[in-house]
Ligand binder design. Structure first.
Ligand SMILES: Nc1ncnc2c1ncn2[C@@H]1O[C@H](COP(=O)(O)OP(=O)(O)OP(=O)(O)O)[C@@H](O)[C@H]1O
Ligand SMILES: [Mg+2]
Length: 240
């Protein structure tokens, strides 16, 4: 029997909200916390996540080269290869193709900056998730510590859906760590940014586990065995 695999899709129509940053960070953190093997898929033609992965030294999480039209087959192969979690980054748009990807999501995560423009842009993402009957979580990202607009944003977002209890604050290390293919956790595992990502992942993981006995019940031995198998032969490389 193939192990169960879960898919998180990062989506938001607003450019620069943090989809790519949080996709990479959540995938690495999931792997660090034992939810792997994890794979990343970049469906954005800008290829920011693929470029980040290409300069990364650690092969985990793996990268699966895919395009919208192949996503079903690539996810199916990932499942057969033994991946337990796939994190998909998407472009800043609302298109039929993104809506198709959301079809395969177990959880849709929409990063939102606490700004009026970002807040006003959440509608189409909510519509896509609702239209496909998928659970949606907003993550307030790049917030300024102690700014009133951050809590106001969380309150406003909660009228449209669930807001992750962990806000991700604006810190230079999120951008700086990704220059050489790393994440904040790999620069300093106890820094504030790393702690925020760790808490965010635990929350997202709980959301994936909720009511999901197949995924929850998989034993650690299978996971370790899968990870050895997957990384023993290293998954497909990202486009250059
Ligand atoms: N929490 C944060 N603190 C500081 N900088 C951040 C944070 N989150 C994202 N950024 C920076 O903001 C910019 C946009 O982030 P990112 O590329 O992740 O957004 P995106 O939603 O993927 O953008 P696009 O819609 O263009 O794909 C990047 O320069 C990134 O380094
Ligand atoms: Mg992006």
């Amino acid at each position: 029997m193939q192990p169960s695999m879960r898919v998180i899709v990062f989506a938001s129509q607003k450019g620069g909200s943090g989809k790519t940053t949080l996709s990479g960070h959540v995938a690495v953190e999931a792997e660090r916390q034992g939810a792997g093997p994890v794979a990343l898929i970049d469906t954005d033609p800008q290829g920011s996540l693929a470029k980040w992965w290409n300069v990364r030294k650690d092969p985990a999480p793996a990268f699966i080269q895919s395009v919208f039209s192949n996503i079903f087959y690539d996810l199916d192969s990932a499942r057969k290869e033994g991946f337990r979690l796939v994190v998909v980054d998407t472009p800043p748009a609302v298109t039929r193709a993104i809506s198709e990807v959301v079809n395969y999501a177990d959880l849709v995560v929409a990063p939102v900056r606490p700004s009026p423009h970002d807040m006003r842009a959440v509608g189409p993402t909510v519509d896509i998730a609702e239209g496909r009957g998928k659970p949606l979580v907003f993550v307030v990202n790049a917030a300024t510590p102690r700014a009133r607009i951050t809590s106001e944003a969380a309150i406003a977002l909660s009228q449209h859906g669930t807001v992750a209890p962990q806000t991700i604050h604006h810190r230079v290390d999120f951008a700086a760590s990704m220059i050489d293919g790393r994440t904040v956790m790999e620069i300093d595992p106890v820094c504030k940014s790393a702690q925020e990502i760790s808490t965010l992942w635990r929350y997202l993981h709980q959301r994936l586990l909720r009511g999901d006995t197949a995924y929850r019940g998989e034993d650690a031995a299978t996971t370790i065995e899968n990870r050895a198998r997957v990384f023993g032969r290293r998954a497909a490389h990202a486009a250059q």
